[in-house]
Write a protein that binds this ligand. Structure first.
Ligand SMILES: *Cc1c(COP(=O)(O)O)cnc(C)c1O
Ligand code: SF4
Length: 353
């Protein structure tokens, strides 16, 4: 058996196993596990230094996951309302999300798709073929994002089937995979997998590092293999209380990502998903963090800070206030140090100059 499959098989996946490793309340863990399952594979487990640290918080259940505050929903982004077939969300004119599996190498406690991951019923039999058929018929779709669960948990053969199936559709220009595997199970990024993916360029991967401690020799090697296969790598992280809600931590994360050839793409404000309120930070904090990045680190390392609008409005970028005033004469702009600079709003000459 391949190493990565063995690692998944040896995961901590019951409250009893978890309680044998950490000093947690078994009854509490059982109650949460019934609603949202536990999985921590031995690799990710090895990154935990102590209970409560930023790695631990991402994977060890918290009884607060059972709290209902009233603002959260199961599917706040209305991904299912925007689905014409069970596993495609087609919200933007030219691109679509395609869900192909429900498994992940760890179950992140803050996951936006908590309602689906770990549940085999969320990917009905035959739905991959139905999704491919939908995408064949919708010639306006130029860009498909393969998502899940974690698509790279599929076998090489299934990945070839999905990616090859998409590549055979003439109007699809670019294919992307959204995956946490380079972070949570880097052993899965085998030379054989890279061989498959590189056949289907232009092919992009967006991964999901949340903390600088997730950047290890293993994840560095996995990202190098993908980058060497010609796959541009991006990072989409989530702003999480007690994990990365700190501008020094975020700056370190972004700088380290650039060193392993991963381009920071988005920082998400946490979605209003049931059982994740304890992870949410204020929007003000998010804006402070982005303001602390701009100008202070390489522009390449500054992602867009976005809120995915509740109800399916899509991603909306938040930009810290750089415009002090703006009229027909002049725009006054604030730089990263807080100094204000003027710039003429219009060219000096008329068009017929
Ligand atoms: C995020 C998302 C996309 C991709 O958005 P980009 O901004 O192009 O990365 C596409 N469809 C849905 C439903 C999404 O949530
Ligand atoms: S790997 Fe992604 S889809 Fe899976 S539980 Fe974590 S955040 Fe959710």
């Amino acid at each position: 058996m391949e190493d990565w499959k063995q690692l998944v098989r040896n995961s901590v996946n019951t409250p009893e196993k978890l309680a044998s490793i950490f000093d947690v309340d078994l009854e509490e863990m059982r109650r949460v596990h019934e609603v949202f399952p536990i999985r921590i594979n031995p690799y990710y487990l090895s990154l935990i230094e102590k209970p409560g640290d930023p790695i631990w918080r991402q994977v060890v259940p918290d009884p607060k996951e059972l709290v209902r505050t009233g603002v959260e929903e199961d599917d706040p982004l209305h991904e299912e309302d925007d689905s014409k077939v069970p596993n495609v969300t087609h919200r933007y004119p030219d691109r679509a999300l395609f869900y192909v599996n429900y498994m992940c190498p760890i179950y992140c406690r803050f996951c936006t798709r908590k309602r689906k991951v770990g549940d085999p019923g969320s990917i009905p039999d035959g739905s991959i073929e139905m999704g491919l058929q939908y995408l064949r018929e919708h010639t306006e779709v130029r860009d498909v994002i393969i998502s899940g669960g974690d698509p790279l948990m599929l076998t090489d053969r299934k990945i070839e089937y999905v990616v090859g199936g998409l590549r055979a559709i003439e109007h699809i220009e670019i294919i992307r995979i959204g995956t946490r595997v380079p972070v949570t199970l880097p052993q899965r990024i085998t030379p054989e997998l890279c061989q498959i993916l590189k056949k289907h360029h232009p092919f992009y991967i967006n991964t999901h590092f949340n903390h600088p401690r997730e950047i290890t020799p293993e994840t560095t090697e996995a990202c190098a293999r993908l980058a060497d296969a010609g796959i541009p790598l991006g990072n989409q992280c989530v702003l999480l209380r007690g994990v990365n809600d700190d501008s020094t931590v975020m700056a370190e994360l972004m700088k380290k990502l650039l060193k392993i050839r991963v381009k920071p793409y988005y920082i998400y404000q946490a979605d209003l998903v049931y059982g994740t309120d304890h992870f949410r930070t204020s929007v003000k904090k998010g804006l402070e963090i982005v303001a602390a990045l701009r100008g202070h680190i390489s522009g390449l390392g500054v992602p867009h800070y976005v809120i995915d609008a509740p109800g399916g409005g899509g991603k909306i970028a938040l930009i810290p206030n750089s415009i002090v005033s703006f009229d027909d004469e002049e725009i006054k702009l604030r730089n990263y140090e807080g100094n204000v600079y003027g710039y003429p709003s219009m060219p000096f000459y008329d068009e017929d100059w």
